[in-house]
Design a protein around this ligand. Structure first.
Ligand SMILES: NC(=O)c1ccc[n+]([C@@H]2O[C@H](COP(=O)([O-])OP(=O)(O)OC[C@H]3O[C@@H](n4cnc5c(N)ncnc54)[C@H](O)[C@@H]3O)[C@@H](O)[C@H]2O)c1
Length: 436
């Protein structure tokens, strides 16, 4: 049976959950404290860049299955299932800032008066769901609810595909009643035989951190192998392909790059170190992954500098601000570190990104960067191009135009998106990662 569901927090995760769960036939309310966001969403206007999101948003609003409000009380009272999808950003010490979750728990405690399943989708440290349960009971005096941990694994840029075709759904639960509710919420996924992992709450909480940290470790590993391949005149792509043919390894996440970024990997990896150490467990491997990733990010500007001799007064076309392609999310993007270092070196930065410019400008107003909505305007008069994000339009960059409009002829491709032989044929000095 379809359910009445409220999703609190309509950011990258919440908005996808709202439209996806509505598309499953459930009745959805999306709640956000940001009134401007709510107003736009109710008009069917997406507040993030995510391929396909507008279509799903409009379709479900029109079908009468979805609306948005900033009245959290209304959202809580009118639902049987409440998803918490607010942000859990990092604190300076690597711990997780749970203030958004705490505010939501406060609101639930003042509005709960009938049975609800309270589902945490936000990534939260081990023990948070139990804390939610105890706090709600204490604050509301109401005990007829269940808690569920249902961490999210979507990839930005492919979020809708991942919502409708997940590799697996993790559900940490404590009561059969909650399990039945979750069965109803996700029923359409049974039809496509999505694997479900039913487990206790702590296991579900740790699966999320363990998965993200493992992927961050895999990226860091291949980055170090790329640096070694470069030093010994080997080709990291052939190495990665051959490694990936081993079923135990898998070919995914074996692409070298400028260091992992985004709103999840750095934050969750740091949090896991903090969580592990708070339980007295050795987290040295993961700590070193974070350190190595920082060194990888630093290496990018050093490599560019070695190509140009000096960066002082040089004009650099920086292609890509988003932490990966097909998103406008720039949180913890490697481009931030690159921009910072280029500014320190007194280079002139001309940046382009198909979707990330507004967020970059808003979050980093202190950076002296010239922004361009056309990549060739960024390239115009540049001594060098540095490709920081693997957008398709950079893969297919028209090198004839680039060559004519640039002052210099250096391309540093931190994502290995270009064909090195062709780029060299076109008269460029080309450098990728891990190709000796
Ligand atoms: N972004 C991803 O790719 C991704 C993937 C998996 C898991 N996660 C996790 O999901 C959670 C959400 O991440 P996100 O990227 O969607 O964050 P986000 O910052 O994009 O969205 C959070 C939203 O919550 C709203 N909000 C904050 N406090 C609120 C409150 N008290 N009441 C109502 N709304 C409130 C904000 O206005 C914002 O719209 C995090 O824990 C994150 O680690 C993110």
């Amino acid at each position: 049976m379809s359910k009445k569901i409220t999703v609190i927090g309509t950011g990258y995760v919440g908005l996808v959950a709202v439209v996806g769960l509505a598309d499953f036939g459930n009745s959805l309310t999306g709640v956000d404290i940001d009134r401007a966001k709510v107003e736009k969403l109710n008009k069917g206007i997406p507040t993030i860049y995510e391929p396909g999101i507008g279509e799903y948003l409009q379709r479900n609003i029109q079908a009468g299955r979805l609306h948005f409000t900033s009245d959290i009380g209304e959202g809580i009272r009118n639902s049987e299932v409440i998803f918490i999808a607010v942000g859990t950003p990092p604190k300076d010490n690597g711990d997780v800032d749970l203030s958004q979750v705490e505010a939501v728990v406060d609101s639930i405690s003042s509005n709960i008066s009938s049975y609800k399943v309270i589902v945490t989708k936000s990534t939260v440290p081990i023990g948070t769901n139990k804390w939610i349960k105890e706090t709600l009971k204490k604050k509301s005096g109401f005990h007829d609810f269940d808690i569920v941990s249902n961490p999210e694994f979507l990839r930005e840029g492919k979020a809708l595909h991942d919502f409708f075709h997940p590799d697996r759904i993790i559900v940490g639960f404590e009561s059969e009643r909650a399990r039945e509710y979750m069965d109803d919420v996700y029923r359409p996924l049974y039809l496509i035989q999505t694997p479900f992992v039913w487990c206790n709450i702590e296991t579900a909480e740790l699966i999320k951190y363990a998965s993200n940290t493992f992927l961050a470790t895999k990226i860091t590993f291949i980055n170090q192998m790329a640096n070694l391949a470069e030093a010994i005149n080997a080709d990291i792509h052939v190495i990665a392909k051959a490694m990936g043919m081993d079923g135990r390894i898998s070919p995914k996440f074996l692409h070298p790059g400028p260091g992992f970024g985004g709103s999840c990997f750095p934050k969750d990896t740091k949090a896991l170190i903090h969580i592990g150490e708070s339980f007295g467990v050795d987290m040295s491997l993961i700590r070193e992954v974070m350190n190595a990733n920082e060194r990888q990010k630093d290496l990018m500007v050093d490599k560019l500098k070695s190509l140009l001799g000096t960066l002082h007064g040089k004009t650099i076309a920086l292609l890509g601000l988003a932490f990966k392609a097909e998103t406008d999310d720039i949180r913890d993007s490697p481009a931030i570190n690159i921009v910072e270092k280029l500014i320190q070196e007194e280079a002139i930065i001309k940046a382009h990104d198909p979707e990330g410019i507004d967020n970059f400008k808003r979050i980093y107003p202190r950076f002296t960067v010239n922004y361009y909505t056309n990549e060739f305007d960024a390239i115009d008069g540049a001594d060098a191009i540095i490709i920081c994000t693997e957008w398709n339009e950079y893969r297919n960059l028209n090198l004839e135009i680039a060559r004519k409009r640039m002052k210099g002829n250096v391309i540093f491709d931190t994502r290995n998106v270009l064909d090195s032989d062709y780029v060299k044929e076109m008269g460029f000095v080309y450098k990728g990662l891990g190709r000796g």
